[in-house]
Write a protein that binds this ligand. Structure first.
Ligand code: GLC
Length: 747
């Protein structure tokens, strides 16, 4: 058997203090500072307040309030930017108003939520994360930036990097899942994709890392709800992805709606000034989320809008999204000495610097290029790449008796379920300027793949959520006529995203009833899942021969899924968020603490252990899980030595053999457990991975070098360092199915 030696060096961690600094855009140069100082000197307090105000157009609404007088506000110099406005003609007309009709002719920023694509829509970010491919993810954002700038935009409200461990929260679809280290790598890749080589390039957009901070940790998984976590959790788990994005050069940061332990992020001076600016050296600007300055009043920390404006600008907020609080109150607050002239000028400077670095003062219409708009949108190579990403984001959750891939010799396929031909749902939430009309449905993808050689029967079977339509009998009849059945089940795209938390994360409506009836026919059946969050589907898992997780795959969803269903692409995705057995287990994630009464795997119901009377502690599908159409066998771990001197790298390797009948990619994962710490440590932490192609019958050696700094953590005194001592190391195909070895770090 041919053995190929592949040695992979681990990227140095992005998490925690002292992490590597990515080459950031150079700070404003002297010429820029002279220009901006001169401009600030000319500005009145009202014009400064205007620069610090951001309003939505009336093209779409992404929040609870909208002002229709935004064009008047532009004309009166009362806004520094507009969001939710794009196309060259619309942007040019608004920019013309700002540049030609205001006293100081300051150009505007144009922002938009390009969360997973602009016109070409890619799979939702949680799906993309399942590729574990930061190069691919960076390319997604590069294409997004090209399309966004072709339509006049220069700022995207992305990447969303909120760590999320609770699938009840609808916005898990926007992020990278439950792991801090992987989430940090992905955060940096997204920023680099958006901002490209330089912000002055006409196809680069300003990134906006959000939602700072810990928006993904609301109690009960309820959107906008209270976040009350320890400093250690905040620093160890939630902050590193934001820091990785800042280190990658993100030009702006968006404050989150939530409080953290009693202090709303939008008025949190420790967060926005002490940590973000002084400790992390962030030099960009801070924008709030939608009206979150005004929301300090219902939060109960501001008596009125004036109070809210004062505390947020003094905490470190530079720009007020949609709230009009800065516009209404900053001039008076400065006059009353409640906000210093310096604070006001620094905020204005940071916004003007962003505009300068984007090149807007040189050419306010640089993003208004009709030729680019006609050439750079949905280019064939973008569509082809979207199809590739849709396929690579798929996760094969079950495949008993090699039900999949479908043979091309199949004659009749029944595609049954409420998502089988739903075009709009393929986009997912936060689908930017994507159009449902351009999406390929599952049925269309299968038809495109099989041509006229296969009869395709389609039946809705039931609706997604309600019980209004009962087509189960028709669906069963169609299944009986077919050689193979595909069940297209899951959520609608509006069941995840913002303000879309669910207490029941099972299969909604009558879908389970439909699945039972169809599978009972005994026909070979594969479930194709469409969802924006992990679902608790043990019943569906029990009866389904095969399950392919496809999330919301975007413009090319149907074609990408068909590529996997028919085996033209061997699925390689791995979950970055745990699928629980039931919502009662939530939050359930892999890097848990052992507790003083850990469950006994040999006797899970043993009393006086940290377990439930009515449910196992184990998930349905663990973090890092995903099958392939082939199989892989892992050797025991080899360590270059059992004990390492302080400061030495740990080198571990394993031989992985493709024991199946087709080539396949495998995401080899490495986890570490610090057995005795100054504080309790997780039973496993992802510290390295490598996605490798292994040909059938081939064995490769995957070696990892883990720098000791990867083992650092926050001690009781919040110092961040690693300790000598005993460690366990794991290498495997997911966070549960691993080989184990031990090593020591000497004093
Ligand atoms: C929304 C979202 C935020 C988005 C903003 C602008 O409320 O929370 O993610 O960027 O408003 O659309």
């Amino acid at each position: 058997m041919k053995t190929l030696k592949l040695v992979f060096l681990l990227a140095v961690s992005l998490a925690g203090p002292g992490s590597c600094k990515h080459e950031k855009e150079q700070p404003a140069d002297r010429k820029m500072q002279i220009f901006i100082d001169d401009l600030i000197r000319k500005m009145t307090a009202e014009e400064k307040a205007g620069q610090l105000s951001l309003f939505t157009s009336d093209w779409t609404s992404t929040g609870p309030s909208i002002r229709n007088d935004y064009i008047d506000l532009i004309r009166e110099g009362k806004t520094g930017g507009i969001f939710n406005a794009y196309t060259v003609d619309f942007v040019r007309s608004l920019q013309k108003t700002a540049v030609e009709e205001t006293r100081l002719h300051i150009p505007m920023l144009f922002g938009f939520d390009d969360i997973h694509g602009h016109r070409t829509i890619f799979p939702v970010p949680l799906a993309q994360a399942c590729t574990w491919d930061t190069t691919l993810i960076e390319k997604v954002e590069r294409i997004t930036a090209i399309e966004a700038t072709a339509e006049g935009l220069n700022w995207t409200f992305a990447p969303m990097v909120d760590l999320a461990r609770d699938p009840r929260w609808g916005r898990v679809m926007e992020g990278a899942g439950e792991d801090t280290w992987l989430g940090s790598l992905i955060a940096a890749a997204r920023v680099k994709g958006f901002q490209g080589k330089s912000l002055s390039d006409s196809n680069s957009v300003l990134a906006c890392v959000k939602h700072f901070a810990a928006y993904g940790a609301p109690q009960a998984g309820r959107d906008y709800y209270t976040v009350d976590i320890s400093d250690r959790s905040l620093n160890e788990w939630y902050l590193p992805p934001y820091r990785a994005a800042v280190n990658a050069g993100a030009g702006s940061v968006m404050t989150s709606f939530n409080e953290i332990a009693g202090v709303p992020s939008t008025s949190n001076r420790w967060l926005l000034t002490d940590l973000l600016r002084r400790n992390w050296n962030f030099t960009g600007f801070v924008v709030t989320d939608y009206g979150s300055i005004n929301e300090l009043i219902p939060h109960g920390v501001a008596a009125d809008q004036e109070d809210a404006a004062e505390m947020s600008v003094n905490a470190g907020v530079d720009m007020d999204m949609q709230g009009s609080a800065f516009l209404s109150w900053l001039p008076a607050l400065v006059k009353e000495g409640k906000v210093s002239e310096e604070t006001l000028n620094n905020a204005v400077r940071r916004v003007l610097e962003a505009k300068y670095r984007l090149g807007l003062f040189d050419d306010p219409y640089k993003y208004c290029n009709n030729k680019r708009e006609s050439e750079d949108i949905m280019r064939p190579e973008f569509i082809a790449f979207a199809r590739e990403v849709a396929a690579k984001s798929c996760v094969l959750l079950k495949n008993d008796k090699n039900t999949l891939p479908l043979s091309k010799a199949v004659k009749t396929i029944a595609v049954i379920g409420p998502l089988s031909d739903s075009r709009a749902d393929m986009l997912g939430a936060w689908a930017g300027a994507g159009s449902a009309d351009s999406c390929v449905t599952l049925v269309e993808g299968i038809r495109n793949k099989t041509g006229l050689s296969v009869d395709i029967l389609t039946e809705r079977g039931c609706n997604i959520t309600d019980e209004e339509y009962d087509g189960i009998d028709r669906a069963v009849a169609a299944a009986r006529q077919a050689d193979f059945v595909i069940l297209a089940l899951g959520e609608s795209s509006s069941m995840s995203g913002e303000a879309a938390s669910r207490t029941d994360i099972g299969l909604p409506g009558m879908q389970m009833k439909l699945a039972e009836a169809v599978i009972k026919t005994g026909k070979p059946t594969a479930v194709v899942l469409f969802n924006g969050r992990p679902l608790a589907i043990p019943g569906l898992d029990e009866i389904s021969p095969a399950i392919l997780e496809t999330w919301f795959g975007g413009t090319e969803a149907g074609n990408g899924i068909a590529d996997v269903l028919f085996g033209d692409i061997n699925p390689s995705g791995k979950l970055t968020m745990t699928f629980p057995l039931n919502v009662g287990q939530v939050p359930l994630f892999y890097n848990v603490k052992n507790t003083g009464r850990p469950i006994n795997p040999e006797n899970p119901h043993e009393k006086y252990k940290s377990n439930y009377l009515d449910s196992p502690n184990t998930p349905l599908f663990p973090f890092g899980y995903g099958l392939s159409y082939t199989t892989f066998q892992y050797s025991d771990i080899k360590l270059t030595k059992q004990s390492y001197r302080h400061g030495e790298n740990i080198i571990a390797s394993a031989d992985i053999t493709n024991t199946g009948d087709r080539d396949g990619e495998e995401i080899v994962q490495l986890y570490v457990h610090d057995i005795v710490g100054d504080v309790t440590r997780p039973v496993k932490e992802l510290k390295a991975f490598k996605k490798v192609m292994i040909k059938k019958g081939q064995t490769i050696t995957v070696a990892f070098t883990v720098a000791p700094e990867e083992l650092a953590y926050y001690h009781q005194d919040m110092s961040f360092s690693y300790d000598p001592g005993d460690f366990e190391i794991f290498i495997g195909t997911n966070s549960e199915n691993v080989k184990k070895a031990s090593f020591k770090i000497e004093e």
